[in-house]
Design a protein around this ligand. Structure first.
Ligand SMILES: C[S@@+](CC[C@H](N)C(=O)[O-])C[C@H]1O[C@@H](n2cnc3c(N)ncnc32)[C@H](O)[C@@H]1O
Length: 257
């Protein structure tokens, strides 16, 4: 670990603190401070304590840590859901994927990692402030130069036909952009929509039916992680869990009927 790197400190209760290591800077905690220099010396995986005896483990943040702590304009796709979107889109290195909206760049980070340096992410965002935030969040963590940003409404976009191996939509009214994305999604590939409300899922499915759009509904799901508190003899589900985040709808592009 060196100055300029992200550091994640975790206390005994599992609470985490993310910051960049800076020469001459100090991490201030309510029970004492720690010099960044001491964190650099102890390194990732090491332990460190405040003069008052408050112990921390030192880590490099995972992508999940980063997305949960990074500054936000719009609410990022929750990491468990972002990882599942990559799975539902069946992404692999070298693929080309389209997303909207960029928001805070949370899902962009997951998509960019899934397709890797040889792949491409095209990310559309209608609101300039959100786009700036997404760009900064991506470049602040890992940037392989595989994301192309568009400050535009995806509903108005003219996309190259038969181009994308997957499309991810995290926006309120995905049915409003289907006319522009459908010809751009390769045949037999997947579209994933991230929708907090069941009423949105129903509106999407009604739109697909009413417009006779060429998609198979593969599945609608929620991703639930039920964490446990395991410190024998204590062994039970944690009392505080991540509650509802959103529904995921997986659609597969098929031929016109
Ligand atoms: C919930 S946020 C997306 C969060 C993002 N997935 C993340 O992980 O940070 C939804 C975003 O979609 C944008 N948006 C909504 N409709 C859009 C459209 N038709 N075209 C482009 N962006 C759109 C909004 O401005 C907002 O920033």
């Amino acid at each position: 670990m060196t100055y300029g790197d992200w550091a994640l400190l975790q206390d005994r209760r599992g609470r985490t603190y993310l910051f960049r290591l800076q020469e001459g800077a100090t991490f201030n905690y309510h029970r004492g401070s720690i010099r960044h220099e001491a964190i650099v010396q102890a390194g990732a995986g090491g332990k460190i304590a405040t003069p008052q005896g408050e112990l921390f483990t030192i880590h490099r943040p995972s992508l999940e840590d980063y997305v949960l702590h990074m500054p936000r304009e719009a609410t990022p796709t929750y990491p468990k859901d972002a990882a599942t979107i990559c799975f539902l889109l069946d992404l692999a290195p070298g693929m080309r994927v389209l997303e909207a909206g960029s928001g805070s760049g949370g899902l962009t980070l997951y998509l960019a990692r899934a397709v890797g340096p040889t792949g491409q992410v095209w990310s559309y965002e209608a609101r300039p402030r959100h786009l700036e935030r997404a760009k900064r969040n991506l470049s602040g963590f890992e940037d392989w130069g595989n994301v192309t940003w568009f400050e535009a409404d995806l509903a108005q976009a003219e996309l190259p036909p038969n181009t994308f191996d997957g499309v991810a939509l995290d926006l309120m009214e995905p049915w409003k952009v289907l006319h522009s994305i459908t010809p751009a999604l390769k045949m037999d590939r997947f579209l994933a929509c991230y929708l907090p409300n069941l009423t949105q899922v129903i509106a999407l499915l009604e739109h697909l039916k009413a417009q006779n759009l060429p998609y198979l509904l593969e599945r609608t799901l929620e991703v639930q992680h039920r964490e446990w508190d395991l410190r024998p003899p204590i062994a039970h589900p944690k009392f505080q869990q991540v509650g509802h985040t959103a529904f995921l709808v997986q659609l597969r592009r098929i031929g016109e009927s």
